[in-house]
Design a binder for this molecule. Structure first.
Ligand code: MV4
Length: 489
């Protein structure tokens, strides 16, 4: 398992079910991490910096070889979409749990992905299909496309190097800054242009494909609730989906996978505009953070499918007999302080208690006492709520978030509760500008009230204890529920 945190634990859970022995790799900062404790074997990689540990191809490959591993699962992030790593696994005779390296390379270049898809009849956002660095040609292309245009990095995704340009006077400077950001982020400054779709929805389809040419989609995920291109809440089904649109987009996703020669699990991203027209955006050649909501509505285990496909087995279902039922929502729980611009909030987990109950899943990478390192993405866990319909799933998620105790680091749980309680979310008004529109400058509503409530209870409790236990009270330490009667909902 060439990864850490919640995704490492999640993948190893399925491995154990299948009787597959697991090898964890870890850095100095993760000596006591949960994924190390859970694995059958663990190999130390080195210093905490990713370049010396989880991003170090030589160290990860040698850990696999020294333990006799037959396969490597990359998880998401780190080396998951690095074609050189997948290629190295292939050269070393290690099964890479993901697509072939040439497919990762092809789809990693957004202009090649657009060219590949354009030939398959799938709608692509109007724009360029080749990168360009000459300012004069770019300006001409922008005029042909028509403002507003979006400048994008050919080698990137996830919003890095993106610039929205609404008028020609800002165009040249925006190209320079977009290209230099792309150079810094992807060591490749190549940029290209697309027509900018205002207020789109971000809807993606899960794809699974085996080595026998079978390609099946496992329905959609609505991922529009994002903050600075980081998804916060994901759900399935999408509030905007109709059976007809699902059939068309699902077929388009399958066509993209077939045109790309895709194998294993992947995600085809689309943008849906205000008129309900959809456009191909990009393909993510990895298992996504939000895959659990698809597992909840289909009852499938996508990691198991990945391992079966990597073993050469055919998909155990067809498009006709795969079904979805109910509604699932995922909230990502990060060590970030929502009162300080969601700035990372590393530290020691002094105490945590995860919610449980019907339809609640918690893919968790931490435990009470764990020291959250500063070197990595601060995701702690993902909380998933499943129910028969959207309203029930929302209320189930709200209750679960209220029950989620994580002391020692700040998390966006109070923010997530307010988002899920909001009218806009209940309406399904989930566009990519949702957070900026409805929650810019959010502040918690109850902090002072909570503190006052706690102070009152403590004071009341000490008075009660001094006066001796009330009649009928069993045990030495009465609880507020026994001494104060119904209080604080
Ligand atoms: C777009 C777009 C509108 N028009 N492309 C975001 C990162 C990567 N997944 C592609 N993304 C977008 N591409 C065109 N032609 C809107 C997004 C987008 C987005 C853009 C700005 C702010 C937040 C966003 C969230 C999701 C998608």
């Amino acid at each position: 398992m060439a990864n850490r945190g919640e995704i490492a634990l999640r993948v190893m859970s399925t491995c154990r079910e299948m009787g597959i022995a697991t090898v964890a790799v870890y850095s100095e900062a993760d000596r006591k991490a949960a994924h190390v404790l859970k694995a059958d074997q663990a190999v130390f990689l080195g210093d905490p910096e990713p370049a010396e540990s989880y991003l170090n191809i030589d160290k990860v490959i040698s850990a696999a070889k020294q333990t006799g591993a037959e396969a490597i699962h990359p998880g998401y992030g780190f080396l998951a979409e690095n074609p050189l790593f997948a290629e190295r696994c292939e050269q070393e005779g290690l099964a890479f749990i993901g697509p072939p390296s040439d497919v990762i390379r092809k789809l990693g270049d957004k202009t090649v992905a657009r060219r590949t898809v354009a030939g398959s009849g799938v709608p692509v956002i109007p724009g360029m299909n080749r990168p360009e660095s000459d300012p004069g040609i770019l300006a001409q292309e922008a005029a042909n496309i028509g403002y507003p245009v979006l400048i994008k990095a050919a080698a990137g995704g996830g919003g890095k190097g993106m610039r929205i340009v609404t008028s020609p006077k800002d165009f040249d400077e925006a190209c320079v800054s977009a290209s230099s950001e792309a150079q810094r982020a992807f060591s490749d400054g190549a940029i290209y242009l697309e027509k900018y779709l205002a207020r789109p929805r971000h809807v993606e389809f899960q794809i699974v494909a085996d080595i026998h040419g079978h390609v099946v989609h496992l329905f959609e995920r609505e991922c529009s609730i994002q903050r600075r291109h980081q998804k916060i809440i994901e759900e399935t089904p999408s509030p905007i989906m109709t059976p007809e649109l699902r059939e068309r987009m699902g077929s388009a996703a399958v066509a993209v996978a077939k045109a790309s020669g895709y194998v294993n699990a992947g995600t085809v991203e689309f943008l849906v505009d205000q008129e309900g027209k959809f456009y191909f955006l990009e393909v993510n050649t990895r298992l996504q953070v939000e895959h659990p909501i698809t597992e909840m509505i289909t009852g499938l285990d996508i990691v198991r499918i990945q391992l079966e496909v990597a073993s050469g087995n055919p998909l155990p279902f067809t498009q006709e007999n795969v079904r979805s039922r109910g509604h699932a929502i995922e909230c990502r729980i990060y060590a970030e302080d929502p009162e300080k611009g969601f700035y990372p909030s590393p530290g020691k987990i002094i105490y945590m208690q995860a919610p449980t109950g019907p339809g609640i899943r918690n893919d968790c990478g931490i435990y009470s006492g764990f020291q959250v390192p500063v070197e990595y993405d601060p995701i702690l866990s993902k909380l998933i709520a499943y129910a028969e319909d959207r309203d029930q799933a929302i209320s189930r998620m709200i209750q679960a978030l209220k029950d989620y105790v994580i002391l020692g680091v700040r998390t966006p749980v109070p923010f997530l509760i307010d988002v899920l309680k909001s009218e806009a979310f209940a309406r399904g008004d989930t566009f990519t500008d949702f957070i900026d529109t409805h929650f810019a400058g959010w502040k918690p509503s109850r902090r002072d009230a909570d503190a006052a409530c706690a102070a009152f209870i403590i004071d009341e409790m000490s008075r009660v204890r001094k006066a001796g236990a009330p009649a009928g009270q069993v045990g030495a330490d009465p609880t507020p529920w026994q001494t104060l009667g119904p209080w604080g909902r």
